[in-house]
Design a protein around this ligand. Structure first.
Ligand code: UGA
Length: 441
């Protein structure tokens, strides 16, 4: 099989499929491909480097920039990026260019090659862009000469390998039964007895399912962040108690109800905006999604307003920011709340000092000389007026009240990820947490 586009989704799929199948993994970036051939993964993702090296050593996994090497494949997965344009709409440049090259492979193919769209794309894209362009440039006919499926991905960064090896479900959208059952058969061979449930639908159904899932999870997060803001105004309420009780109701479920600085990463913010733009194009009222987006955009500023009042302003204050990745366990800072918070701090005239266990290099490239950089949590806190915890990294979880008291100029901390036990910290130092009513007692 072939995989085109080697970001998180493409590389994780290639390495996992490479446990059983022969995989040709293609990316247009030459340097990336050269480095992958040496077994180096260009981002931090646990388990991926080991799996990649095993696939390489077994000769099942090969990397290339050359589309002609896909000629023998029965399936080619498109996993290129679909970033947002300024308008919120998706940028299909990478999809279009990979499809054009794939059309060359389809035109020379003697067999029935099935093209599988795994990139996150809006309903209609597989049919109106992928199918149309392949037919136009290859002069072959979908359903007769080549197959087409939509097969969205649900893996999370930080657990990409485990999510790929143990998915909750497989969603397959296709125009013909032949294409759908061929892809379902491939997954059955891969997963064997533990095969997850397959949901079969149309091309557009599969495309929409991806946006519905991500936008719904993002909605849960913005919803709970609104409830958290209410809790902060109430003297004896903690949002943790609220979410625990909510989660016990199986109709609600407890996951993705962790209040915090909002959602970041390369998926939720972009997908909510794309679905919003798409709803507008359809003439539908997108105010629900607009509110989800607005709450999220306001959350870093809101988080900062909690200690700002306590300290009587932030101008000239040294603020230690612990955590810059969009979540723990990754070096990805795309749409990171930590980075957004630092930008607000700079605007307010504070002096941010930052630290992240994995994302320092990426953060430095974005934040530049406007902030100072520390090489550990403890160093970051030294002499600071305020400490803000922005991710759930283990290094931060291990910190005790005394660590803050010993290092900081004035021990005031804001737990934006709710990793500390309020009762223990409130007694010892100036403590606030997102969603924690601060006039307790
Ligand atoms: C997300 C989805 O969870 C995956 O199913 C999907 O495949 C992926 O997007 C994608 O479309 O490719 P990911 O962005 O890797 O995965 O990360 P998540 O673990 O879902 O977290 C997203 C953001 O929400 C993070 O900033 C996280 O800190 C935040 N979050 C998550 C909360 O603030 N509260 C929660 O309760 C859960």
């Amino acid at each position: 099989m072939g995989i085109v586009g080697l970001g998180y989704v493409g590389l994780s799929s290639a390495a996992c499929f490479g446990r059983k199948f022969r995989v040709v993994a293609l990316d247009s970036a030459r340097e990336k491909v050269a480095s992958l051939r040496d077994g180096n993964v260009p981002f931090r993702e646990k388990e991926l480097p080991g799996l990649l090296r095993k696939g390489l050593a077994a000769g099942r996994l090969t990397f290339t920039t050359d589309y002609s090497e896909l000629q023998a494949a029965n399936f080619v997965f498109i996993t290129v990026g679909t970033p947002s344009l300024h308008s919120g709409e998706m940028d299909l440049t990478q999809v279009r260019s990979s499809v054009r090259s794939l059309a060359g492979v389809v035109s020379k193919s003697d067999g029935y090659l099935i093209v599988v769209v795994k990139s996150t794309v809006l309903p209609g894209t597989a049919r109106n862009v992928v199918k149309r362009d392949i037919e136009r440039y290859s002069r072959k006919v979908a359903g007769k000469d080549f197959g087409l499926c939509s097969n969205p991905e649900f893996l999370r960064e930080g657990s990409a390998v485990q999510d790929t090896l143990h998915p909750d479900r497989i969603v397959i959208g296709a125009e013909t039964e032949r294409d759908a059952s061929a892809l379902a058969g491939l997954y059955r061979r891969f997963y064997g007895n533990g095969s997850p449930e397959v949901v079969q639908t149309s091309l557009e159904g599969a495309e929409l399912i991806k946006y519905a899932c991500n936008s719904y999870l993002a909605t849960k997060i913005s919803f709970i962040n609104l409830i958290a803001r209410i809790c902060e105004r109430l003297p004896s309420v903690d949002v943790g108690e609220v979410t625990r009780a909510m989660g016990l109701d199986p109709r609600i479920g407890g996951s993705y109800l962790e209040a915090g600085p909002g959602f970041g990463g390369s998926c939720f913010p972009k997908d909510v905006k794309a679905l919003m733009a798409y709803s507008k194009v359809l003439g539908l009222d997108a105010s629900l999604l607009r509110a989800v987006d607005a709450i999220n955009n306001g959350q870093p500023g809101h988080v900062l307003s909690l200690p700002e009042r306590k300290l009587g302003g932030l101008k000239g204050k040294t603020v230690a920011v612990l955590g810059l990745a969009f979540k723990e366990g990754t070096d990805d800072i795309r749409e990171s709340r930590g980075v957004k918070l630092v930008e607000v701090l700079i605007r307010k005239g504070a002096k941010p000092r930052v630290y992240d266990p994995l994302a320092m290099e990426n953060a430095r490239a974005v934040l530049g000389p406007a902030v100072s950089y520390a090489s550990s949590a403890i160093e970051c806190l030294t002499g600071a007026d305020l400490g803000i915890v922005m991710t759930r990294d283990e290094e931060f979880r291990r910190l005790a009240p005394l660590d803050f008291i010993k290092q900081m100029k004035s021990p005031v901390i804001l737990d934006a990820r709710r990793i500390y036990e309020p009762a223990k910290f409130e007694r010892a130092l100036g403590f606030q947490a997102v969603g924690h009513g601060w006039r307790r007692g």
